[in-house]
Design a protein around this ligand. Structure first.
Ligand SMILES: [Zn+2]
Ligand SMILES: [Zn+2]
Length: 129
């Protein structure tokens, strides 16, 4: 099974334009699970007293200002507002983005729920057992 990664990146950006952000979102953090809950993917980089490097949306919203240092409180609030308006399938789109960039192996697709993703994205995904 092969995957056309550039085509998947294009389809994802077309369907989920928020993935293009570089200071927040999957391009701003190392691929992997949230440092706090280890459940959802990482979404936002942190720099605050909470100590975590990058967390998922729910943990970022739970941490609030504690996730950011005094000098970045405004950026943190903007990042949380940005995260709060993402579609609920942000985690699935994030994992697919990392597969499309080669940061995660193709097998990571097995953990993704594709039902909320648009057809042009789904059609590019190989069947993973
Ligand atoms: Zn989390
Ligand atoms: Zn900071």
């Amino acid at each position: 099974m092969s995957l056309d990664k550039p085509a998947l990146r294009r389809a994802l950006l077309d369907a989920e334009p928020w993935l293009a952000a570089t200071d927040v979102g999957p391009q701003a953090v190392d691929a992997g699970s949230c440092d706090a809950c280890e459940d959802a993917p990482r979404l936002l980089p942190l720099c605050g007293p909470a100590g975590a490097d990058a967390v998922c949306r729910r943990c970022a919203l739970d941490l609030g200002d504690d996730g950011w240092c005094d000098g970045h409180l405004d950026e943190g609030r903007a990042a949380r507002r940005w995260a709060a308006q993402l579609p609920d399938h942000w985690g699935d789109a994030t994992v697919l983005w990392w597969v499309a960039t080669g940061e995660l192996r193709l097998g990571a697709i097995a953990d993704v729920s594709t039902t909320a993703l648009p057809a042009p994205v789904r059609e590019l995904l190989p069947a993973v057992e």
